[in-house]
Design a protein around this ligand. Sequence first.
Ligand SMILES: *[C@@H]1O[C@H](CO)[C@@H](O)[C@H](O)[C@H]1NC(C)=O
Ligand SMILES: *[C@@H]1O[C@H](CO)[C@@H](O)[C@H](O)[C@H]1NC(C)=O
Ligand SMILES: *[C@@H]1O[C@H](CO)[C@@H](O)[C@H](O)[C@H]1NC(C)=O
Ligand SMILES: *[C@@H]1O[C@H](CO)[C@@H](O)[C@H](O)[C@H]1NC(C)=O
Length: 510
Amino acid sequence: MGSIHGLVFVLSLQFFVSNVYCLHRSQFKPNFLFGTATSSYQIEGAYLEGNRGLSNWDVFTHTQGKIRDGSNGDIADDNYHRYLEDIELMTKLGVNSYRFSISWSRILPKGRFGNVNMWGISFYNKVIDAILERGIKPFVTINHFDIPQELLDRYGAWLSAEIRKDFGYFAEVCFKAFGDRVKYWTTLNEPNLVTKFSYLSGKYPPGRCSYPFGNCTFGNSSLEPYIVAHNMILSHATAVEIYRKYYQEKQGGTIGIVIAAKWYEPLRNITADILAVKRALDFDQHWFLDPILFGDYPSEMRQILGPNLPTFTSDEKNLLKAKLDFIGINQYTTTYAKDCIHSSCAIDSYEGNAYVFTTGESNGNLIGTPTGLAGYYAVPWGIEKVVMHMKERYNNTPMYISENGYSQASNSSMTAADFVNDIERINFIHDYLTYLNSAIRKGADVRGYFVWTLIDNFEWFFGYTLRFGLHHVDFKTQERTPRLSAKWYSNFLKGSKIAKGVGSVMSSEY
Ligand SMILES: *[C@@H]1O[C@H](CO)[C@@H](O)[C@H](O)[C@H]1NC(C)=O
Ligand SMILES: *[C@@H]1O[C@H](CO)[C@@H](O)[C@H](O)[C@H]1NC(C)=O
Ligand SMILES: *[C@@H]1O[C@H](CO)[C@@H](O)[C@H](O)[C@H]1NC(C)=O
Ligand SMILES: *[C@@H]1O[C@H](CO)[C@@H](O)[C@H](O)[C@H]1NC(C)=O
């Protein structure tokens, strides 16, 4: 008897150790999606090939002074030609899914005012077929920032209600062409973030903003972001309506949207800052998700913005309710939020309209470890807070972590070893997955996780100066080299018992 008790004790101790202290693949369901994420403009290159039309990002990056290192995505990772090589990298990782986006101007060079480009259809068919052959499921973003320049020139793109027709048309072309094989669709990537970067601070195309939020020739930072968001929300709803009416039953897929989801903590333990956190969430994530799930904007936004916030007609409200199957969450960081109604604040060109100022510092202490991206601290517990908040507010709608990842700032004096020995990235992913798993244990319906990103890429405003890849890319030769984090992720996915740090990676074969 004694020895049986001893055995039980050893087994339960083992259980305890492996489930609480050691991150392990088996803590997530077998059908949990584990993947990597990319986006078309950031990796494809081949910007003039295959009958592709120009996008807003082609035109913007070719304008002097817009991108930190003066670069562009003309070639990027040359993934248009090297997609098979990149799919091999994923196969080696052992992921079961791949999140990528479709270049709108590759499929519809002139939006709905021109033909469907069969070369574009053919490219994505090849990608989808190649990953499926290797047991990797496509998780497709219909639009990730890049839109046909034609739509901007014709009617101002997202500023006009016209775009709802164009987006619905584009989405339907995608459902028709790829929906027999794609079971996970998302309409827009981070509309809440791109709206602010494009129309509040003016750092992304079309570079519209007004003083004091930014320095642009045209725009109105207090008004245009809300018009743009309104058109994005209704474009999303249009696409989902088309999918549900004509494709979903036949094709058997699901559709959602991807929101950039920072977490906020009150800067000071006072009511005003606790309310500032709520306001920051209203003006960031609830801004899009409340209309899509409940049919209207948060009332706090209406109170503050008044007539600058557009209204939905009753038909639109009916169209909107429960207009998604899942929420895609891009979670990177957490900051402190400070109230700016009762306190004076410096200008914040991201949260300023909410009368919120965000900072990573409180009384000289940082909220987390700095990463290569200024203002983006590693705060692993933030992912649990975001997921639990979404669970409560949106009735545990299924969620996917559609992006999470760590950036290294790169400079010309860095050596190959600096680039590849990315212990910080391993610790980042390990710790975020640990807190994600904690949220799942508390009942959050999270069904997948995608590392941003497979390979170093064109990182928007930062050009090639920020590296997020599990694989290093030498942009002169296009050579891809797996970082330690790629080996770590692969070991994790294979079910190895792995602690943090380099020892566990080095001691196992890859
Ligand atoms: C705003 O931009 C213009 C040119 O684009 C420049 O001359 C001016 O110095 C900038 N102002 C500020 C305050 O940065
Ligand atoms: C922005 O639009 C609002 C509402 O029409 C207006 O009151 C405000 O003056 C405009 N601001 C700028 C900088 O044009
Ligand atoms: C915040 O203040 C309240 C009382 O005002 C106190 O009960 C609570 O413990 C404080 N929280 C933190 C995190 O300091
Ligand atoms: C370049 O990166 C290395 C390695 O991270 C760092 O030690 C160095 O300070 C950086 N140099 C500059 C000029 O930023």
